[in-house]
Design a binder for this molecule. Structure first.
Ligand SMILES: *Cc1c(COP(=O)(O)O)cnc(C)c1O
Length: 379
């Protein structure tokens, strides 16, 4: 087996991160306060063009605070697409609320507008009008922004945009992370940019951002003693992590370009291979960062071809690949919650595979991937 593993998505430093970290050490700002945090927030605000950004210690804590800002509490219902990472859903449960899961549609693999509206109408009939909708830009492909917004507005339900995978993606030229009533970014080690671990909540107003930071710093009232009138959290980003983020923002567009080159590489590689489709945006309104390149593999029993056989062939060559997210309505911890839609999310889970997609992959690594694929498909 080849000794060097090819990863799905690994950290890719730009070059100036360590200088910013050194600045933090020199000034002794080794804390969840400091000048890099505000500087990183304003870089993100400029990048997104609209919204006020609160830097936090993870995308998951950003979802938790986002739901609190949208008024979600004990006994409420929150709608979420089923095909996503568990972090989209867990914060619903932290709040004592219940999830309502929705199938994907085939163009973007995100929230199906038809099943979404069906769920809202049915839940209203049961006197359980959902308190919020969580829509995800899965693998960096924007959800159907206009259709989802129209439904949210029609029923007066606020939208939490989970843009954890979609920094750098756009819909009709507008940045993902600027479409929700609140939006969430993640800077985990495997995301499009990383702060080692971190996230952000994008708020519609400066006041809401201040409120998010207040809650993220233990809800300490402005007083000489420790005065607490409500429950707080320890969710603020560290100044050291923000230092890394500042360096990463200098290369974000370059890294998006390199991820898109990986996607183009797979489109070319699988062009002549029957039964494999590379997941791509439906039309030019959509601009994806292609955080992960993904394919669907149609099973062919005669030839011994299916998703898992391909995954094992990659594994034998020490190349990481993984099935798509397992839908939340099929997870033991969530399966008692209601689900609306058909079997698309389930089929995507059965046939889908995520491929090495990092912005730091080399020509030699692309060659190894191509050789493995061609050998597996007998070409
Ligand atoms: C990564 C991710 C999150 C969580 O972000 P963390 O920073 O890892 O907490 C949430 N939603 C989606 C869709 C993600 O991919």
């Amino acid at each position: 087996m080849h000794k060097d593993r090819i990863w799905l998505s690994s950290p890719h430093m730009g070059g100036s991160e360590q200088e910013y970290i050194k600045e933090a050490f020199d000034a002794n700002w080794i804390a969840p306060v400091g000048p890099h945090i505000e500087a990183f927030e304003s870089q993100l605000e400029q990048y997104l063009v609209s919204g006020s950004v609160a830097a936090l210690n993870s995308g998951t804590s950003a979802i938790h605070l986002g739901l609190i800002l949208l008024g979600v509490g004990v006994g409420d219902r929150v709608i979420c697409q089923s095909l996503t990472f568990a972090a989209s859903v867990n914060p619903i449960l932290y709040l004592g609320a219940a999830a309502v899961f929705i199938d994907s549609e085939s163009e973007t693999w995100n929230l199906c507008p038809i099943a979404l509206e069906e769920a809202i109408v049915d839940q209203i009939k049961k006197n359980k009008k959902p308190k919020a909708i969580i829509a995800v830009h899965l693998y960096g492909v924007p959800y159907q922004v206009e259709a989802i917004r129209a439904i949210a507005d029609r029923y007066g339900i606020p939208l939490l945009e989970d843009s954890a995978e979609a920094l750098g993606s756009r819909y009709k030229g507008q940045a993902c992370g600027s479409f929700g009533d609140v939006a969430v970014l993640s800077f985990n080690g495997n995301k499009i940019i990383t702060t080692s671990g971190g996230g952000a909540l994008v708020c519609g107003t400066k006041e809401l951002k201040e409120r998010a930071i207040f809650l993220a710093t233990q809800a300490k009232e402005n007083s000489p003693h420790y005065q607490h009138n409500e429950i707080g959290y320890n969710y603020r980003m560290s100044n050291i992590c923000a230092a890394i983020g500042r360096g990463q923002m200098e290369v974000v567009d370059e890294h998006v370009g390199l991820r898109r080159k990986m996607h183009a590489f797979y489109v070319d590689l699988f062009k002549g291979i029957e039964g494999v489709t590379v997941f791509s945006v439906p039309n030019e309104d959509y601009f994806a960062n292609y955080w992960l390149s993904t394919i669907l593999v149609a099973a062919n029993a005669e030839k011994g071809i299916d998703r898992d056989a391909l995954r094992l062939a990659f594994e034998a060559a020490n190349i990481e690949s993984r099935p798509l997210w397992k839908p939340m309505h099929l997870q033991p911890v969530f399966e008692h919650f209601p689900y609306y839609g058909g079997q698309l999310a389930e089929r995507l889970f059965e046939e889908g595979l995520c491929l090495p997609s990092g912005s730091n992959l080399t020509d030699e690594e692309r060659d190894r991937i191509a050789v493995t694929v061609k050998a597996f498909f007998g070409q």
